[in-house]
Design a binder for this molecule. Sequence first.
Ligand code: NAP
Length: 268
Amino acid sequence: MTSCPPGLKPPGYRTEPTRLEDKVAIVTGGGSGIGRGVCLAYAREGAQVVVVDNDLEGANDTVRRLEAVGRRGLAVRTDVSDAVEVDAMVAATLAAFGTVDVLFNGAGITIPASLLDTTVEQWDRILAVNLRGQFLCLRAAARVMVERGHGKIVNVTSILGAQARVNRGAYGASKAGIISLMQTAAVELGPHGIYANAIAPGFIETPMAKSAPATPEETRRKLAAIPLRRRGDHADRTGPAIFLASRESDYVNGIVMTVDGGFTASVD
Ligand code: NAP
C-alpha cells in the first residue's frame, strides 16, 4: 500500500462530491420534506434533478435551491397516481435531459384514521398515491432504464410497512405493498442492470410528520423508544438515498434499508 505525506491527498482524491456526476435523477415528492432534501443531496453529488410533485410551487422552490448550488433542475407538476401524467413526466425528463439514471420514489400521503373509521375513499386515495404511484413511476422510468441497460430505483417505504401503528392501517398496507413491489422489481429488472431497493424511515421531522402532531407525552415516549434518542435529521434522510443511487451500492439489490435510529430493533 502506498502512503501519502501528511497534508497531501492520495492519487485520484477529489474534494468535490461526485457520486452522481452526470446522472439524471427523477425525485418524486421533491417539493417538500424528505424528497426536497434528496433533490439537493443528489444535485450536490453532481446529478441533474427532475423535481416531481403535486405541488408545483414547492417543486419550483426546490429547483431554485438546486440552481443556487449551480445545478440544473426541472420542476414537473405530476399526480403520481395518474398513469398519463406519469408517462408525460418521464417524456419531459427525456426531452430535457435525454435519459433517466435514478428514480427516487418519495411522494406519499397519510390520512390518520382507525380501520373502523377509514372510508373507502381514504383507503383508495392512500393506496393510489403511495402504492400505485410508485408502481407507475417505477414502470415508466424502468422502461427507459431497460433500454439503456442500467438504472437505480429507490422506493420510500416506512417502518410501518412491517409493523403496525394505530390509525395508520391504510398507510401501513400501502407501505407493505411497496416492499413487495420493490422486491419484484429487483428480481425482474436485475438481469437488465437495474437495481431496486427501499428505504424505511422511522421518525423524520417533515411537513408530513407535523401534519399529525404528537402530544409532548407521546413525543417523550417516542424518543425514549429510539436507542439513539433523537429523530432523523437531514443527513440521516439523504445519506442512504445517495448510497442506494450511486455505484457504492453496486452489489445491493432488493433490500429494505431501515433508517430509524434502532427503533425497530428494540422490544423495550
Ligand atoms: P411531505 O413533506 O408531505 O412530502 C411529500 C410530498 O409528496 C409533498 O410535496 C406532497 O405534495 C407530495 N405528494 C403527495 N401526493 C402526491 C401525488 N399524488 N403526486 C405527486 N406528489 C404528491 O412528506 P415526507 O415526510 O417528506 O414523506 C416523504 C416520503 O417518506 C413519503 O413516502 C412518506 O410516506 C415517507 N416516510 C416519511 C416518514 C417521516 O417520518 N416523515 C417516515 C416514514 C416514511 P402535497 O403537499 O401537494 O401533498
